[in-house]
Design a protein around this ligand. Structure first.
Ligand code: KG4
Ligand code: ZN
Length: 355
């Protein structure tokens, strides 16, 4: 099947073409307009998507050397994300589907991230544990089969990428904060301050990063101007150590609790070398197999959306034109399929205590 993927849930306008059995193109138009604001400005994001979407889709088709009439279907992110941003991608996909008389299917952004390990390589085989860590999400799930997910834990407050971005601002680093903190931390001592990892009493696999973020803020306030400058790298490294410590410990716990031997990382924070190294060391020590995508497939992209859409389009599970953007869409409520589509996807949300 030839599938066009479209992703526009946040500040990346992306299009990709899955051609038969491989990824033929993967185009991402990033929006630099947000950098001077230190975060994504939703209104500016929608406008930039409108400007970028047509050239991005055209460029994905031409790089794949595919005529749009030879597409078998279109896959598009319909949630979660910024309402205006989602609307641009979804309406564009609907218009294309209508004009070309092709089927289209809405894809849940997180399901896309889960599939990102399977775009260029065979990837993990269910059952496996997936850790999705990005600017908007921090989620541990058990992938029982493709399309069947059990949510094991998620953040109660900030996503881990959001914590990197906010701490970066405190340290006067540019947006996005993750890569900047990682770079600064290379020259710092991770044991300089012991920041809290964020413990949750009623579900040990849930995460919390707002306490860690506040602890960094208070710590910075307790220092003199000179100390703040002198120990910037140490503070970045200590923050990163605590954030990654929580991700690694809970991932290991999930693997052990469910007797699973494969862990798949995904999302923008999965680019982080310290996280990858820590989990690589744990995988050697505990004997599980670790998967992580190349950096271009960790951050938001349309290749993962095309791959997730392919799964549903192959099963004749498609959406109809009444599908609307869903800015806040828990994976367990994912149901973009038209009434007459046979739905064999299932998501369960069980906390550790109730499972
Ligand atoms: O997946 P993504 O592109 O967009 C969302 O769906 O949110 O993730 C972006 C997030 C940002 O918060 C960014 O700071 C973080 O991923 N990030 C990193 C690194 N690269 C990107 N965090 C830590 N270390 C990195 N190297
Ligand atoms: Zn994402």
């Amino acid at each position: 099947m030839n599938v066009l993927g479209i992703e526009s849930s946040c500040d990346e306008t992306a299009a990709a073409v899955w051609l038969g059995d491989h990824l033929a193109s993967n185009i991402i138009a990033s929006q630099d307009v947000h950098h001077r604001f230190g975060g994504v400005v939703p209104e500016l994001a929608s406008r930039a998507h409108i400007q970028h979407i047509l050239p991005t889709v055209e460029s994905a088709l031409s790089k794949a050397n595919l005529d749009k009439h030879d597409l078998d279907g279109i896959a598009v992110t319909y949630g979660p994300g910024l309402a205006g941003s989602l609307l641009v991608g979804l309406n564009f996909a609907k218009a294309m589907a209508l004009a070309l008389r092709k089927p289209f299917v809405g894809v849940h952004h997180i399901e896309g991230h889960v599939l990102s390990n399977s775009v260029l390589a065979a990837g993990p085989v269910p059952p496996f544990i997936s850790l999705v860590v990005s600017g908007g999400h921090t989620q541990l799930m058990l992938v029982k089969e493709w399309g069947h997910y059990q949510i094991l834990g998620r953040t109660r407050d900030d996503a881990v990428g959001e914590a990197f971005d906010k701490v970066a601002r405190m340290l006067n680093l540019p947006y996005p904060g993750g890569p900047a903190i990682e770079k600064l931390a290379q020259g710092g001592q991770a044991s300089y301050v012991r920041f809290p990892e964020g413990k949750i009493k009623d579900n040990e696999l849930d995460f919390s990063f707002s306490g860690l973020k506040t602890a960094v803020l208070y710590y910075l306030h307790s220092l003199s101007e000179d100390e703040r400058i002198e120990h910037r790298a140490d503070i970045a490294a200590s923050f990163q150590e605590a954030a990654i410590g929580a991700l690694a410990a809970k991932s290991l716990r999930a693997l052990e609790n469910h007797h699973i031997g494969q862990l798949a990382l995904a999302g923008g924070v999965a680019c982080n070398g310290t996280l990858r190294n820590k989990l690589t060391a744990l995988s050697a020590a505990h004997g599980f197999k670790l998967f992580y995508p190349p950096p271009l497939l960790c951050t938001d992209n349309a290749a993962m959306i095309a791959k997730a859409g392919l799964f549903y389009l192959q099963r004749n599970m498609t959406s109809d034109f009444s599908l609307s953007p869903r800015p806040t869409l828990p994976l367990e409520q994912n149901n973009p399929f038209s009434q007459n589509a046979k739905c064999d996807a299932r998501v369960e949300h069980k906390s550790e205590n109730s499972s």
